[in-house]
Design a protein around this ligand. Sequence first.
Ligand code: GLA
Length: 722
Amino acid sequence: MPVLFDNENKIIHLQGKTVSLCLMCHPEYGLLNLYWGARLEDGNVSYLLDAVYDGASFDPKHTRFPYDEPVRGAGYYQTPSVCAINERGDDVVRLKYESHEIFRGKKALNGLPMVYTESADEATTAVITLKDPLTGLCVQVSYTLMETLDVITRSVNIGNAGCEKLVLTHMMSASMPMYGSDYDVINLSGGWARERYVNRTPLAHASFRVESQRGSSSHEQNPFIALCEKTATEHNGQVWAMSLVYSGSFLASADVNNFSTARMSIGLNPEVCRWNLLPGESFQTPEAVLVYSPDGFNGMSQRFHKTIRTRIVRGYWRDQPRPILINNWEATYFDFNEEKIEKIASKAASLGIELFVLDDGWFGKRNTDNCSLGDWVVNKEKLPGGIKGVCDRVNRMGMAFGLWFEPEMVSPDSDLYRAHPDWCLHAEGRSRTEARQQLILDLSRIEVQDYIIEAVSSVLKSANIAYVKWDMNRNMTEYYSYGREACRQTETQHRYMLGVYRVMETLTNIFPKVLFEGCSGGGGRFDMGMLYYMPQIWTSDDTDPVERLKIQYGTSFVYPASAMGAHVSASPNHQTGRSTSVKMRADVALGGNFGFELDLNTLTDEEIESVRSTVELVKRVRATLQKGTFTRLESPFEGNYAAWQFVSDDGEDVIACAYRKMTMPNPYPKKFFLKDLDEKANYRHAETGNVYTGSALMHAGIVFSGAWGDYQSAVYTFRKIG
Ligand code: GLA
């Protein structure tokens, strides 16, 4: 088994293909995390513990200990992993090792998204039980080695086996001591329309916090953090990364202590979550995915991509070719009727587009964004034939039909709100803060969850709806729940997420063939939690291709191309006012789940031909775009160019995409160097028929062939010919 127990030294060794993690079950100090890094032949690194005791110090020895599950109150001063206030009012905890078990496979996390297995021989799990003798706090740490994926998952179950009430104030999913502090820290931050920009910062002698308190994983930060060697690059150097399988508020941090030792943690955000644990109850943390890469950021990303594509995303659409869609939002906003929709759809159908998506504005009296969320009944003034009418027409054109919902929301001006004013998140006696003139339904309540399941189901059953865009267009304020016990109000944010997951689990089970696409004002809830239910997510409301280079490049640090919705929209762009060619827009959009978001009737004949040929190209190569290995070649954050490539799993098909932002006079040739090809094989370039060896494409490079002028692109497709 790839998870070994050395009984003499009490070491559990998770030994992957490229990674090792060594834990020591210590009779006095509980569970110690001795090593996480490159694969070791032998997990006995108990000698490392000697160094921990070395030297005189002002601090107790606990300050230096590499606890796997650090607690407060005994001289450990970095972010604790678990903290429980007891009935005497203190939060001192001592976790003693009790037992452990190692087994093949991986257990489900009740009600939470997770990395799953399809058979027990894909994974081995070690569950280590730690207990506080005084309070009965019982902590079960689960580590799973996903063997083929070469990643490790970690989650914690916190039980109360005592007889007093405990209040959990910290419930982190992973907390890893690192050697030294000479690292850079990587996080993905942004805002609406500029999501997941890559930040690289030298780790200071301080605490580095990445967090959301917004009740969604957020545009502002992504639930991801990585430490890397100072010399690490896209293709070389060591990287240690964590990402959370969760869609709500989170905290990820990298702290450096006075022994210049870093600790990296990720989990629920203690600022907005406290949990009451009565005797006999237990609390399950979300799962963290831990990636060690010996080969730079691309190595890290490729491990995340494969994990997400094959063992987070589930169901029918996991391996199916994703349809090329057209969405009417930027074409019409709220101003549409059957005739307009038909015109947009029929042009799209004539170009080979496969799915028409009707966005916001089809229900209630919603002609602007100030009303009707919650009233999921078709607006017959706009669509006299109802959803079925428009759906049937689209189906007759040969396209599937999809629909936008924002199920977690309610407009104050809605029948739902008038009937149930207490169904939104709010604090008694306080005004209700609106954002986009809407409030958030209280999904921590089962009756609200059931209402949503019923309302969405009845629309989905009313017509042949093949796709749902599930939007969530504001963040939480007054995140409290009507009627909940006062001491449990601080549980509301997490209970809301559990409610969202229950609703999504139920609906995706009832409608297993419907393709769900997540959305939150673009990419405000782009995380592994959502991807467990919805195989793709709208990456950003920003469809400007130049901005999208950064957004898609940054998103690819963790998430595969098959998770990212990417559309060709109108020029000038509605978010930036920038004008670009339809080719540039399409070449960027094919770096994700390709689609359109404009009225194609407004394009010139030449532009239509460009659209037609990109649609044909995407259909020809989409298996590689969606399932191949994605490699970043050149960063739009660092210069005037960006480039990436996709290689099919069998290595036969290669797609390279290159982009230039600004033009230059009197230019010199710009080359891109492909990666990981077969040095000796020949590759035929489909567009010209030219043949190159793998070594030429990788070392001599390909010369950028984009047209003259700003914002140009080129897509090269190669096939191995032996
Ligand atoms: C959000 C989404 C958009 C669109 C609008 C509709 O902003 O990100 O794509 O669906 O809502 O209101």
